[in-house]
Write a protein that binds this ligand. Structure first.
Ligand SMILES: [Zn+2]
Length: 449
């Protein structure tokens, strides 16, 4: 294990030295610690010994901690206007790892940030300038997710080369010292030759996010080579103050698509887009590239929806599964679990966990008029999924009766509690798992003639 870690540390140090500037220290140690946390300090990182064997710790968390040698330790953080280092480290380590994997993985991470933001309890949001360090989920959503998305948007705006040049300027000027968001902004302004005051003020000092929709979309000429549309920011979600955003749009024309950007800094914006063929539909930000409020259809069910519920109801379709499902619910859910009889859905608003053999599950879902087992799930001896269709939130556990005992189900519940961002999981007899998400698609607005 330690060889793998040494190799990985060396790769990270080489990567960041090339991207930013030479590694500021002569050694780096990884210390396994009984405390389950990653914690970066100059020249060493503590990683919980219980998690060291997970590949994502070596591939992602380790890179994050190594990068803190530059951001946070090499340049210390002046937090008077917020902590710039966590978001930048998340962007250049955790997110960069997904970008290396491909656009699908990168998009999923951006979508995850927006999804976490959408799940924030109303009133719990504070501006990024008030973020100092991670204390609770609400602060992490802003200090890591929103900040990382801010850097993503900044890079789109400046271009990759100017963005990376700004990073190197910032490092060269503040290495060994203390700096805040203002110094970081100045470095990007120098590299990008742009005034970024408004950009930083908007994302640092304000809460809220634009909620975008298309008020109208029509084709004005008979040739069908133009699309006229009006974009609107919902005034309720931004205190009637518009956000300045570069809104990506995907216009479908027959078989192909056209990606354009509309610069918007008012509550309403009209635009005319030239198309090579008649446009049939348009989507707002289909790849989740701006910090914004997601629409309901952009949040297909994931396990966390039920994990975080205050009360869940539990149904065992076979009497001998009762103890097992109760144990599952206790391990899986952060809230209270209440056993109920199957049958009519009395308190149908509460999320439900239902378990049974595969055939019993099929019959149960059919009796409710709900979608039956989605094809996408790979076959396993235990399959757990979030009901994909609208209606009551439901965790469905279809399990081979041969492997059903309370201990197995409790372990399954504990495992799934850490996989809250997924929509389904399938476990083989050997105990390995496959998991996935229901597809997320931004609504397509059809175009009237
Ligand atoms: Zn960190």
């Amino acid at each position: 294990l330690s060889d793998e870690y040494l190799d990985a540390v060396q790769r990270f140090i080489e990567r960041y030295s090339t991207e930013i500037g030479p590694y500021p220290y002569s050694i780096f140690s990884v210390v396994s610690s009984p405390i389950p946390t990653g914690f970066g300090m100059p020249t060493l990182t503590y990683l919980g010994e219980a998690v060291l064997h997970y590949p994502f710790i070596r591939d992602i968390s380790l890179g994050h901690e190594v990068l803190h040698s530059w951001w946070g330790n090499g340049v210390r953080v002046d937090t008077s206007r917020g902590n710039w280092a966590e978001g930048l480290t998340t962007f250049m380590a955790d997110y960069a790892y997904r970008e290396d994997q491909g656009e699908q993985a990168a998009m999923r991470m951006r979508h995850g940030w927006l999804r976490d933001y959408a799940a924030l309890a109303p009133g719990s949001e504070r501006p990024l300038s008030a973020f100092h360090a991670r204390h609770h989920t609400a602060s992490a959503v802003i200090g890591y997710g929103k900040a990382a998305m801010m850097y993503y948007q900044l890079r789109s705006r400046l271009g990759k080369d100017a963005f990376m040049q700004g990073i190197r300027i910032f490092w060269a000027e503040h290495r060994g010292g203390t700096a805040g968001f203002d110094e970081l902004r100045a470095a990007f302004e120098k590299a990008g030759r742009k005034d970024l005051t408004g950009f930083f003020e908007q994302w640092l000092d304000r809460t809220g996010a634009p909620e975008l929709r298309i008020a109208s979309a029509r084709i004005p000429n008979a040739a069908g080579t133009e699309l006229e549309l009006e974009l609107v920011q919902d005034a309720r979600s931004n205190g009637a103050q518009p956000f300045s955003v570069s809104v990506p749009l995907r216009v479908r024309t027959g078989g192909s698509g056209l990606d354009v950007r509309i610069e918007m800094s008012a509550l309403r914006k009209k635009a005319t887009i030239a198309t090579d063929a008649r446009a049939s539909s348009v989507q707002i930000d289909p790849a989740f590239e701006i910090w914004r409020k997601l629409l309901p259809g952009e949040m297909p069910p994931i396990f966390r929806d039920v994990i975080a519920a205050e009360v869940v109801e539990v149904v065992a379709l076979e009497p001998k599964m009762q103890a097992g499902v109760a144990a599952f619910a206790k391990a899986f859910s952060e809230g209270k679990a209440v056993a109920v009889e199957s049958g009519p859905e009395a308190r149908a608003l509460r999320p439900l966990i239902v378990a049974g053999s595969k055939s019993a599950i099929d019959r149960y879902l059919e009796s409710l008029g709900r979608a039956t087992r989605p094809e996408q799930i790979e076959k396993g001896s235990a399959e757990v999924w979030m009901a994909p269709d609208p209606g009551r939130q439901m965790v469905v556990i279809a399990i081979d009766p041969a492997v059903t005992n309370a201990e197995y189900l409790e372990r399954l519940g504990r495992r799934l509690r850490h996989l809250g961002s997924y929509s389904w999981i399938s476990i083989t007899e050997q105990g390995t798992s496959r998991r996935g998400h229901w597809p997320t698609e931004t609504p397509r607005v059809p175009i009237t003639e």
